[in-house]
Design a protein around this ligand. Structure first.
Ligand code: NI
Length: 151
């Protein structure tokens, strides 16, 4: 077994309370075990598609505070860097502080993962998630040729 390392985590009190409630419900005996499972799950999910050239469809939802310094500029710059992946963007101002943005994506799995990770890790992005799927033809298996022009 590899070495166990202890580390400190700073977290808002009410977020930790809700986390404790969740892990109690799921039967965890302590936070460490729950955190280890969360980390493993995240690593597995992230590994999917990392070196993958498969063409996929994706949607990325972001909720962020537009007052965060430089955030809107960073979001815009990144979206221009990956413009070849972005089919459409929808934006809504959902409160005085917060914006919700949904990106419709199409392209190589590895690049979509890269774009999603770059956006989700920006300071001020409070929550978000990437959903990926395949063109319908590949799910139903009716057509097995991989002519990307027809995606
Ligand atoms: Ni907005």
């Amino acid at each position: 077994m590899s070495n166990l390392i202890r580390f400190g985590v700073s977290i808002e009190e009410n977020l930790l309370t809700r986390f404790d409630d969740l892990i109690n419900d799921r039967g965890y005996k302590n936070r460490s075990e729950a955190l280890r499972d969360l980390i493993r799950d995240t690593l597995v999910q992230t590994q999917l598609g990392k070196n993958d050239d498969t063409e996929v469809l994706g949607s990325l939802t972001l909720v962020y505070d537009h007052h965060t310094r430089d955030l809107t500029e960073r979001l815009t710059n990144l979206q221009h860097d990956y413009h070849d992946l972005i089919v459409s963007v929808m934006h809504a101002h959902i409160s005085h502080d917060d914006c919700m943005e949904m990106l419709m994506l199409r392209g190589k799995a590895s690049r979509i993962r890269l774009l999603a990770d770059s956006l989700l890790s920006l300071k001020g992005v409070k929550h978000g998630k990437l959903f990926t799927t395949f063109p319908a033809k590949e799910i139903t298996g009716k057509n097995h040729h991989h002519d990307n022009k027809h995606l």
